[in-house]
Design a protein around this ligand. Structure first.
Ligand code: PEP
Length: 251
């Protein structure tokens, strides 16, 4: 039985004070002893250290939204795995579609980042998903297969057991359009079959595959009831404490 994982991607929202407020509402609104799922929040880099302090005695884990694969050096504007570890991050989102489409991240770059995150025991939340035109052209599985195979190139079984996969159809992110639970579940099953082919039964049965794309407090329960949907990566709705708490409770 896979334990569900709900992650909030706060993107480029919330300054320090707003982050403090949101965390305080989440920690006071959730009963930590009765949490039946894992909860991760991914604030902006500038709030990670403070978020770590505020989350210390809670069960909410901390993640970052991105990292670079080099250890240190002349990479202006980038941040390394060890820097994220030093402010208490346990997770890092890698290959989010906004990184792929706005910042031109390639499968190869994403693969390098996943490898580097693994080296420092940061757990990658590895995002894959098709564009609307790709779904309409009937090539969703082809696109997902390429992203999964390239992103996980040279990743060992041991490393794979630390990786969460997030299926995020790009046409559903921030658009209010959600994949139907059946559409999402179908792709999740396909992803699990790819993991089975490469890593075998045990890893494929245990890998967490989150759904992301306009998840909210109204649709979470149905999506999360699907057999192969093991959690959610939530953008917009994770910025509202009440909605995010409802999603967590739905899991
Ligand atoms: C995301 O940013 O990963 C996401 C799924 O956003 P939203 O929930 O706003 O669609």
């Amino acid at each position: 039985m896979r334990r569900k994982v709900i992650a909030g991607n706060w993107k480029m929202n919330n300054d320090l004070k707003e982050t403090q407020n949101l965390i305080s509402k989440l920690t006071s609104g959730l009963s930590m002893d009765n949490l039946n799922c894992d909860v991760i929040v991914c604030p902006a880099f500038t709030s990670l250290s403070e978020a770590h302090t505020l989350l210390k005695d809670t069960k909410i884990k901390l993640g970052a939204q991105n990292m670079y694969f080099e250890t240190s050096g002349a990479f202006t504007g980038e941040i390394s795995d060890s820097m994220l570890k030093s402010v208490g991050c346990e997770y890092v989102i890698i290959g989010h579609s906004e990184r792929r489409t706005i910042f031109g991240e390639t499968d190869e770059l994403i693969n390098n980042k996943i490898k580097k995150a693994n080296l420092s025991a940061l757990k990658p939340i590895f995002c894959v998903g098709e564009l609307l035109e790709e779904r309409e052209a009937g090539i969703t599985e082809k696109v997902i297969e390429k992203q999964i195979r390239s992103g996980l190139m040279d990743i060992s079984s041991e490393e794979m057991s630390n990786i969460i996969i997030a299926y995020e159809p790009v046409w559903a992110i921030g658009t209010g359009k959600t994949a139907s639970p059946e559409q999402a579940d179908e792709v999740h099953k396909f992803i699990r079959s790819l993991i089975y082919d490469k890593y075998g039964a045990s890893i494929s049965e245990n890998v967490i595959i989150q759904y992301g794309g306009s998840v909210n407090n109204k649709n979470a329960k149905e999506l999360l009831s699907k057999k192969d949907i093991d959690g959610a990566l939530v953008g917009g709705a994770s910025l509202k404490s009440d909605a995010f708490i409802e999603i967590i409770l739905a899991a």
